[in-house]
Design a protein around this ligand. Structure first.
Ligand code: ZN
Length: 308
C-alpha cells in the first residue's frame, strides 16, 4: 500500500483574523506530528496548482468570479461573518483543489492507494453559490466530480465526519444519485442543516449526534446507518471529508470522540474501499481547531491509512 500526503507552504498563506479558529497553526501542528519517524513511509508531495476550470464542476462561473473578486490585495476581506479571504487565499484554494484532484488521479492510476490532503481553507460548507463557514469552494465535491469526469467513476461516496454538517456538499449533490453523501455531525450546531429527514434523492444520509455524546453513538451511527448504505451503493471511490472537530478537546463543539475513534472509522472506510473501490480512498482535511486534538487525530488517521 502506498499512502501519499499532499501539502504545500501556500496553505499557510490563507490568513484569517486574529483569534479565528481556522488558522495556519493548524497545519503547522499537523506537519509537526507527521515529521515523526513513524510516518517515514508517507509519500510526500507538494500540492500542484489545480485547473481552475474544475471549480465549475461544483460552482457556477458567476460564483467563482464573485469569490475571485472578493480576494483583497492587502489585508483581510470578510465574505460572511466568519469566512474571510486574504491576498493569497485564491492561490491556496487552487492548490487545495489541485491536491484533491491529483489525489483522485493517483488512486485511479495506481500511483497511490490512499491519500491525505493537509490543506486549508476547508470546503464542506461551501454551497453551489455560497461561501460560508470558513469555506470558499467545495474541494471534496470538485474531487468527486473530477473522478467521474476524468476517470469514469460511476459512483462516489463522500463520508463527512466533521462535527459540523457539510451543508455545502449536501447542497451540491442533493439531486445527484451518482454521489452518496453520508455525514455524522453534532445537532443542534452550525450550520443548522443535517436532519435525518434530509435525504436528497435517497443519496444523502445524515446521522446527527446529540451534544455531549461520544464514541458509542458515533460508532453506532457508522455501523447502523453509514456503512450499510455504502455497502448498498458500492462506490468506485471513497472520499473522506476529514474534520477532526468532534474530538473531545475541540472548542467548537461538544462531541467527545478520541483519536481511537478516528482510527476506527478510518479502518471501516478502508474496508469499504477494499471491497468496492480497489482501495481507492482520498481524505481531505476539513475542520479541527484544538491543536493537540487535531494533531493526535491526524496521527491516528494517517497511521491507519499507512497500515493498510
Ligand atoms: Zn467543522
Amino acid at each position: 500500500m502506498v499512502t501519499r500526503l499532499y501539502h504545500h507552504p501556500i496553505f499557510l498563506e490563507h490568513i484569517t483574523p486574529p483569534g479565528h479558529p481556522e488558522r495556519p497553526d493548524r497545519l503547522r501542528a499537523i506537519e509537526r506530528i507527521l515529521d515523526d519517524e513513524a510516518f517515514a513511509r508517507l509519500d510526500r508531495k507538494e500540492a500542484p496548482a489545480g485547473d481552475e476550470a474544475t471549480i465549475l464542476y461544483a460552482h457556477p462561473e458567476s460564483f467563482v468570479d464573485r469569490v475571485r473578486a472578493a480576494v483583497p490585495e492587502t489585508g483581510i476581506a470578510r465574505i460572511d461573518a466568519d469566512t474571510t479571504a486574504s491576498p493569497r487565499s485564491w492561490e491556496a484554494m487552487i492548490h487545495a483543489i489541485g491536491a484533491a484532484n491529483a489525489a483522485v488521479d493517483d488512486v485511479f492510476t495506481g500511483a497511490a492507494d490512499n491519500v491525505f490532503i493537509a490543506a486549508r481553507p476547508p470546503g464542506h460548507h461551501a454551497e453551489k453559490t455560497t461561501a460560508m463557514g470558513f469555506c470558499l469552494f467545495n474541494i471534496a465535491a470538485i474531487a468527486a466530480r473530477h473522478a467521474q469526469k476524468r476517470h469514469g467513476a460511476e459512483r462516489v461516496a463522500i463520508v463527512d465526519w466533521d462535527v459540523h454538517h457539510g451543508n455545502g456538499t449536501q447542497d451540491i449533490f442533493w439531486e445527484d444519485p451518482s454521489v452518496l453523501y453520508c455525514s455524522t455531525h453534532q445537532m443542534p450546531l452550525y450550520p443548522g442543516t443535517g436532519a435525518k429527514t434530509e435525504t436528497g434523492v435517497g443519496n444523502i444520509v445524515n446521522a446527527p449526534l446529540s451534544p455531549n455524546t461520544g464514541s458509542d453513538l458515533f460508532r453506532d451511527a457508522f455501523l447502523s446507518r453509514v456503512l450499510p448504505k455504502i455497502d448498498d451503493f458500492r462506490p468506485d471511490l471513497v472520499i473522506i471529508s476529514a474534520g477532526f472537530d468532534a474530538h473531545h478537546r475541540d472548542p467548537l463543539a461538544e462531541i467527545n470522540l478520541t483519536e481511537d475513534d478516528f482510527d476506527w472509522a478510518t479502518g471501516r472506510l478502508m474496508e469499504c474501499a477494499g471491497s468496492y473501490s480497489n482501495n481507492r480512498l482520498v481524505s481531505i482535511l476539513e475542520g479541527g481547531y484544538d491543536l493537540q486534538g487535531l494533531s493526535d487525530s491526524v496521527s491516528a488517521h494517517v497511521s491507519r491509512l499507512l497500515r493498510g
